[in-house]
Design a protein around this ligand. Structure first.
Ligand code: PLP
Length: 476
C-alpha cells in the first residue's frame, strides 16, 4: 500500500493541508465527534479573522461565542502573542523545571495566592499544585483531600455536576451516558441534589462526617446549562464542612477567574472553600494550565515530609512556557478589569436573552446566566409521544439542530455535556462592544426566524435530518 508522505510542519503552517484536515481526522482521530460537528456544518478548519471572528472553508463568517470558557481573550489575542514571542526570544530559564525553581512558576503561584487572599485572607499562606488540564486539577484536589483524611471513605458530589472524564473525575460526573461501563469507582461516591442544603445536612449525619473525604461542587454548574444554586446553599455547604473539618472543594474551572463576573464565584457567594480548582482561562486560550489551590495544611498532608515530597508530581505541570502564558493571562484579566466587564456585558446579554424567551416561549424554555456564562434551554423539537425515542435522544437532536441554526445565523455556541438541549453563549471577556452587540443581534435574528422548536426540525432538509437522526440514534 502506498502511504501518503510524512506531513511536514511547515506545510501545515503554509495551510497546504487545510483541505484534507477533516478527512484525515475522520480517519485517524475522533471521527465520531467530527462526524457530529460536520453534520452541524461547523467542523472547520477555521481561519481567525480576528480573535473573536472565524471563517470556515466556505467563507462563512461566525462570531465565536464557543470555546467552552477557555478563551478569555478569543483566539490569538495580539498582546498575548507578542508576549509569547518575546518569551521565546529572551527567556533563558529551563522549560521543564521539575525539581528546580523557576521565576515563572514562582511568580504565577504567588500571584494566584495573593489574588485569592485578597478575597479570603485565611488563604494567605495557601499553596498551588500545577497540572495540565481541568480534570487533572480535580484529580489532584481529591488526592490531596484523601491524603488529609486517609480513613474516610466517601466522596460527596452533586447531581448534574461536571468535573472531567478521567476515571476519578468521571466518578464525580453523574451523567449515565458518560459513566456507563466504568464502575465500580475507585472511591465510593454519594450524589446529592444540587441546591438542597437539608439533604446535604442529613447525609452528613447519616454517613458520619469522619467518613467523608471531601465535598466537591461547582459554584455554578456549567455543563448542566448554567445552573445557579439557591441563595445560601454554597455558604451553608461551606459552613457545615468547616464545622466538621471536611475539606470543601470548589471546581471553578469554568466559573473562575472572571467569567461569571467574579474572580472566584464561590467566594462571591459567601463560601470559602479549602481547595479551588482552576484551569480553562488560565491558559489564555493558547495552552493548558491546571491549578489546584489549597490550604497549606492540606498541601502538607501529601507533599509535606521530606520522605513524601515525591508522592504527587507530573512531567509537564508548571512548565515555563505554560507558566509564562498563565502569568501574562492573569495580568491581562486584571489590567483590563475583565471580571467586571464580564459582569457588565453579561447583564446586557441576559436581559436580551430574557426578552427573546418572552417573545418566543415555544422555542426557548429557559435562559440563565452569570456574567458571560449564559445559556439557552430549548423546547424539544418533537414530543416523545410522537416518536418512539427517549427524551435524552430528543434532547440531543434538539441541541444539534439549534447549534446548526445559530451557526448558519453567524454564531458559534457551546454544546452542553449534561443537558444536551441547552447551548451556552460564552464569548471572550474582551470581545469589543460592537462585536458583542452584533452577536446579540445575530442571536435575536436566529430566534426570530426560528420562532418554535418544531421549526428547527421542519426547516431542515430530509437528507440532513436523516443524517443527524442516524448519528443521534447510533450515539445517543
Ligand atoms: C467545571 C469543570 N470541571 C472540570 C472540567 C474538565 O476540564 P478539562 O476538560 O480541561 O479536563 C470542565 C470542563 O469543561 C469543567 O467545566
Amino acid at each position: 500500500m502506498m502511504l501518503d508522505p510524512f506531513i511536514r510542519a511547515d506545510e501545515v503552517l503554509d495551510q497546504k493541508w487545510d483541505s484534507r484536515a477533516l478527512e484525515l481526522e475522520l480517519e485517524h482521530g475522533n471521527g465520531g465527534l467530527l462526524g457530529l460537528v460536520s453534520r452541524v456544518g461547523s467542523a472547520g478548519p477555521f481561519r481567525t479573522l480576528s480573535p473573536w471572528e472565524l471563517e470556515d472553508p466556505g467563507g462563512h463568517r461566525t462570531l465565536n461565542a464557543s470555546g467552552y470558557s477557555a478563551l478569555p481573550f478569543g483566539d490569538g489575542y495580539p498582546p498575548l502573542l507578542e508576549f509569547v514571542r518575546s518569551y521565546l526570544e529572551k527567556n533563558r530559564q529551563i522549560g521543564l523545571p521539575q525539581q528546580s525553581v523557576t521565576p515563572w512558576r514562582a511568580a504565577l503561584e504567588t500571584n494566584l495566592i495573593r489574588l485569592l487572599a485578597q478575597f479570603a485572607p485565611s488563604h494567605a499562606d495557601s499553596r498551588v499544585f500545577f497540572s495540565n488540564s481541568g480534570t487533572e486539577a480535580v484529580e489532584g484536589a481529591i488526592k490531596f483531600a484523601k491524603a488529609a483524611r486517609p480513613r474516610a471513605k466517601h466522596l460527596i458530589h452533586f447531581s448534574k455536576a461536571y468535573h472531567g472524564k478521567t476515571l476519578l473525575s468521571l466518578s464525580l460526573t453523574p451523567n449515565p451516558s458518560l459513566q456507563r461501563g466504568f464502575e465500580p469507582w475507585l472511591i465510593p461516591t454519594v450524589t446529592l441534589p444540587f441546591g438542597d442544603l437539608e439533604q446535604f445536612k442529613s447525609t452528613l449525619k447519616k454517613l458520619g462526617p469522619d467518613n467523608v473525604v471531601c465535598v466537591l461542587l461547582e459554584p455554578i454548574q456549567g455543563e448542566a446549562g448554567v445552573v445557579i444554586p439557591p441563595p445560601g446553599f454554597l455558604r451553608g455547604v461551606g459552613e457545615l464542612c468547616g464545622k466538621y473539618g471536611i475539606p470543601s472543594i470548589a471546581d471553578e474551572i469554568q466559573s473562575g477567574l472572571g467569567r461569571t463576573g467574579h474572580w472566584f464565584e464561590s467566594l462571591a457567594q459567601g463560601w470559602e472553600p479549602d481547595i479551588i480548582c482552576l484551569a480553562k482561562p488560565l491558559g489564555g486560550g493558547l495552552t493548558a494550565v491546571g491549578a489546584t489551590l489549597m490550604r497549606d495544611a492540606i498541601f502538607k498532608k501529601l507533599l509535606g515530609k521530606t520522605n513524601d515530597v515525591k508522592r504527587h508530581s507530573n512531567t509537564f505541570g508548571g512548565n515555563s512556557l505554560a507558566m509564562a502564558i498563565g502569568l501574562k493571562s492573569l495580568e491581562i484579566l486584571r489590567e483590563q478589569n475583565l471580571p467586571e466587564r464580564s459582569q457588565r456585558l453579561g447583564k446586557v446579554g441576559l436581559e436580551r436573552l430574557l426578552n427573546m424567551k418572552e417573545r418566543h416561549p415555544e422555542l426557548l424554555a429557559e435562559v440563565r446566566g452569570a456574567g458571560l456564562l449564559l445559556a439557552m434551554v430549548f423546547r424539544p423539537v418533537v414530543g416523545t409521544k410522537w416518536l418512539p425515542i427517549g427524551g435524552q435522544i430528543v434532547g440531543e437532536l434538539t441541541g444539534l439542530l439549534a447549534q446548526r441554526a445559530f451557526y448558519q445565523g453567524g454564531v458559534q455556541l457551546n454544546f452542553t455535556l449534561n443537558v444536551a438541549k441547552a447551548l451556552r453563549v460564552t464569548p471572550a471577556m474582551n470581545m469589543p462592544e460592537e462585536l458583542f452587540e452584533e452577536l446579540l443581534l445575530k442571536l435575536e435574528h436566529t430566534v426570530e426566524r426560528t420562532k418554535t422548536a418544531g421549526r428547527l426540525l421542519t426547516g431542515t432538509s430530509r437528507a440532513e435530518l436523516l443524517s443527524l437522526g442516524e448519528y443521534v440514534l447510533k450515539n445517543g
